[in-house]
Design a protein around this ligand. Structure first.
Ligand SMILES: [Zn+2]
Length: 507
């Protein structure tokens, strides 16, 4: 047995010591006097602070790993700067598709998108794609469009747009399904390359003190290959535990992986001690920065308001991915199959429909709602009654605030992510990153939740201790790992981090 003594518990400052055997906590106590006689090793931590390792219960592990090798455009503040970065990358890495990530036109001087012809001025032969940080749009050059067989005569795909200039020509800005179609033409990594990317993403997260992460879109590219890659990554020694949420359509839809094959793959996952499939992911709406989250009222930027049919006519805006009946059916299917469902819902209109769907299952407490960024008081009360899990991504407030204010206006944007109200209601909320959309350092999220940037309502601040709890014990709970990790209570995995300074005192 290994005893760690003379540390301060990061959530209270109390002096403690902890016995660990075979990687699990035997006891953690508030006294330093009785180092157990069974201890064969004692480590004096000299008054440093100790916390459970973080758990990132909503992120995208494989995409994080794949993005590590792409050109990162964060920090660019002008079109010229973006073009220079693309030009440099084109010279230094001349082969294959040139894919850049974290493109965000709202951070650029003037706030307008780059265009196809600007990218073509660097290269028109090699496909170039700038992926928007919100994951719902990109800018492509003509070689990328050609690779996806898109021509000037191509009609917009259902649920997507090839934006056109005043003369009617495609200008390179691709929205939603149009973006997915073109990026779909880029070469797919092999299972082995995916596994390497997963391990690399895990290393990056481990550097942030994260010991377990949930991939919230397994099957986004190809479920069969991705499950094989996650198994391989676990075998290769991924430094973190991983929980997987499978895309609904890949499990239940018409293009689902055949049942017998899926069963085989799930058996292979179950054989890996650090890996588990924990649920099914459904997208109910889009995002705020692209004006596709389904909200009551309207966005300030575009989309003529739509009247919602029915007895209570309210104006709504944005995009429901599924009609309510379809969403109800999808949620019930997951529930009946015994899985947990995790539903992406950002707008308040969408969230009402998600609540309806969860309520119909009769056991809403088993399921989770992801993001829930816009919540009214009555919706918080309803969530409290449903007792479903809720996950927040506070780092969004630091990175995407400009776009939120642009779309929603200052007042509405200021109330996003109501940590204080949701915690006061006793809702089981966890906090997580959604990387690779953001950098994903949990300390950034903790700071954003406990000391909201000045554009946001400060009465929704939680305490640092609460935010740390939301990144550890509460995150274990939403992942189905309560008692297994996140609290360093007896019996749990001894995943911990040692800190030089008091985590409650600020950065
Ligand atoms: Zn996500």
């Amino acid at each position: 047995m290994h005893t760690y003594t003379n540390f301060r518990w990061g959530l209270s400052g109390e002096r403690q010591e902890m016995d660990v055997r075979d990687g699990r906590v035997v006891e953690r106590r508030n006294t330093l006097t009785n180092v157990s006689s069974a201890s064969d090793r004692v480590t004096d931590l000299g008054g440093k602070f100790l916390l459970p390792s973080f758990i990132d219960a909503h992120c995208h592990i494989l995409p994080t790993g794949l993005d590590l090798n792409k050109l990162h455009l964060d920090g660019a503040t002008s079109k010229e700067q973006v073009l220079q970065m693309v030009r440099d990358r084109h010279r230094s890495q001349p082969d294959g598709w040139l894919i850049a990530v974290h493109y965000n036109q709202t951070q650029l001087e003037g706030g307008v998108h780059l265009t196809l012809s600007e990218l073509d001025s660097i290269t028109a032969e090699r496909p170039v794609l700038l992926e928007h940080v919100n994951g719902h749009a990109c800018v492509a050059n003509s070689a990328a469009l050609a690779a996806a067989a898109v021509t000037e005569d191509s009609p917009d795909p259902a649920g997507g747009t090839y934006r056109r200039d005043a003369s009617g020509r495609i200008d390179g800005v691709l929205l939603e399904r149009a973006y997915e179609h073109v990026i779909g033409a880029s070469p797919m990594p092999s299972v082995e390359d995916m596994a390497i990317a997963i391990v690399e993403a895990g290393k990056k997260m481990a550097e942030y003190g994260i010991a377990c992460a949930s991939d919230m879109s397994t099957g986004f590219f190809n479920l069969e290959h991705e499950l094989m890659a996650y198994c391989l990554a676990a075998k290769m020694g991924s430094p973190i535990h991983m929980r997987l949420y499978l895309q609904w359509g890949q499990v239940f839809g018409p293009r689902a992986v055949p049942k017998e094959r899926l069963a085989e793959l799930l058996d292979a996952v179950a054989a890996q001690p650090t890996l588990r499939v924990d649920g099914i992911k459904i997208f109910a709406d889009g995002g705020i920065s692209s004006a596709t989250a389904a909200i009551y009222g309207k966005y300030q930027t575009k989309n003529p308001p739509r009247k919602q049919k029915g007895p209570t006519e309210r104006i709504t805006d944005g995009q429901l991915i599924y009609a309510p009946d379809k969403l109800n059916m999808m949620v019930q299917t997951v529930h009946d199959a015994g899985y947990k469902v995790a539903i992406h819902s950002i707008g308040d209109y969408s969230t009402d429909l998600v609540f309806d769907a969860l309520e119909r299952t009769g056991e809403p407490h088993r399921h989770r709602i992801e993001h829930a960024m816009i919540l009214s008081d009555s919706q918080i009360e309803r969530m409290q009654n449903l007792n479903c899990y809720c996950t927040f991504q506070p780092e969004f407030l630091l990175r995407l605030g400009k776009a939120y204010r642009l779309q929603l206006g200052e007042e509405r944007a200021s109330c996003l992510i109501r940590s204080r109200s949701v915690l006061d209601a006793g809702i089981r909320v966890s906090m997580n990153s959604d990387r690779p959309i953001v950098g994903g350092d949990p300390w950034d999220g903790i700071a954003a939740a406990s000391d909201r940037p000045r554009e946001y309502d400060p009465t929704e601040n939680c305490t640092r201790a609460e935010a740390i709890y939301c990144y550890t014990a509460a995150a274990a709970d939403v992942n189905g790992d309560k008692g297994e990790m996140g609290d360093l209570l007896p019996g749990s995995l001894a995943h911990f981090q040692i800190l030089e300074s008091d985590p409650l005192a600020g950065p």
